[in-house]
Design a protein around this ligand. Structure first.
Ligand code: HEM
Length: 261
């Protein structure tokens, strides 16, 4: 009955409002913090290809339990991706609550933002746009990793070059880095982390740190992307040459058979 009354009036019988929205905000922040920190780790993990192909293969092998089992267990990676995917979905569901759901709400937001000219309000819209892109591209990436959990430089490079997925990763990279950077900054502001005595001054400093980190991870991501494309190109041409040689050898064999007959 309480729920029905609150549903109509927006308040319970005792005059109090539900605490659920606050709880959901907290879960949104916690899942965002996890995903933001996870992405930093993830970027360093994929960037091991810059050291060498063997370095990436070794780290990927460790995720597949190579130090525990005699054979690699890609299912461990599938399980990790599944857990990350669940957190990703929860975060996206909770983020959806904040998006403008009709033209009127969009208009109000736009008018508000252009009147205030407040940097953080404009940043919020970038977060909404990049979040929307990630709904699709992030989910596709995670499903690909869940169903193809064996990670090697050759396979990943092949995905980027031969499967022509580098434009997909380029857009995802831009969206993730902007979204994650803005998100972590907004978390600090929202919950008053590192606030100190002068909140305005702290915001300025946090903003500088945010842009520095975003620039760093974007640069790292772009160089890493190029490295994957280069590796993919190397294996594609190697395989082409190998199949060409195989074809020539087969032809020589049939020609010599024919000559003998
Ligand atoms: C446990 C979960 C994850 C695993 C195992 C994983 C694995 C990988 C791997 C192996 C690559 C190299 C390309 C490839 O093989 O396709 C990659 C690239 C990438 N992943 Fe993930 N990923 C995970 C989660 C995520 C999430 C949640 C996001 C963001 C929504 C993300 C965004 C990216 C981006 C942007 C790249 C391109 C990086 C670059 O080019 O520098 N990944 N990931």
């Amino acid at each position: 009955m309480n729920n029905i009354i609150e549903g109509y009036l927006g308040k319970r019988v005792d005059g109090k409002k539900s605490r659920l929205p606050a709880k959901l905000d907290f879960i949104q922040s916690a899942t965002g913090l996890f995903l933001g920190l996870f992405m930093w780790g993830h970027m360093f993990f994929v960037a091991t290809i810059l050291i060498s192909e063997d370095a990436l293969n070794a780290v990927a092998g460790a995720f597949e339990g190579s130090f525990l089992f005699s054979e690699k267990q890609p299912l461990i990676v599938s399980f990790i991706v599944f857990v990350v995917f669940c957190i990703f979905v929860v975060h996206a569901c909770l983020g959806m609550r904040k998006l403008p759901i009709n033209f009127r709400q969009y208009q109000i937001y736009k008018a508000h933002a252009s009147y205030m000219k407040h940097n953080d309000t404009s940043l919020w819209f970038w977060q909404a746009k990049t979040g929307f892109i990630m709904f699709f591209l992030g989910s596709a990436h995670l499903i690909i990793m869940m169903t193809n959990p064996a990670i090697t430089a050759e396979i990943s490079g092949g995905r980027m070059y031969s499967h022509f997925m580098w434009p997909f990763y380029l857009i995802l990279l831009l969206a993730v880095e902007l979204h994650g950077g803005i998100g972590l900054y907004r978390l600090c502001v929202k919950w008053g982390w590192f606030e100190g005595k002068d909140a305005k001054e702290t915001r300025k400093k946090l903003s500088k740190v945010k842009w520095t980190l975003t620039a760093f991870f974007l640069a790292l991501g772009l160089i890493t992307l190029l490295a994957y494309v280069k590796v993919g190109y190397k294996y594609a041409t190697q395989n082409q040459n190998a199949s060409h040689i195989e074809h020539v050898m087969q032809k020589i064999d049939t020609d010599s058979m024919k000559a003998r007959i």
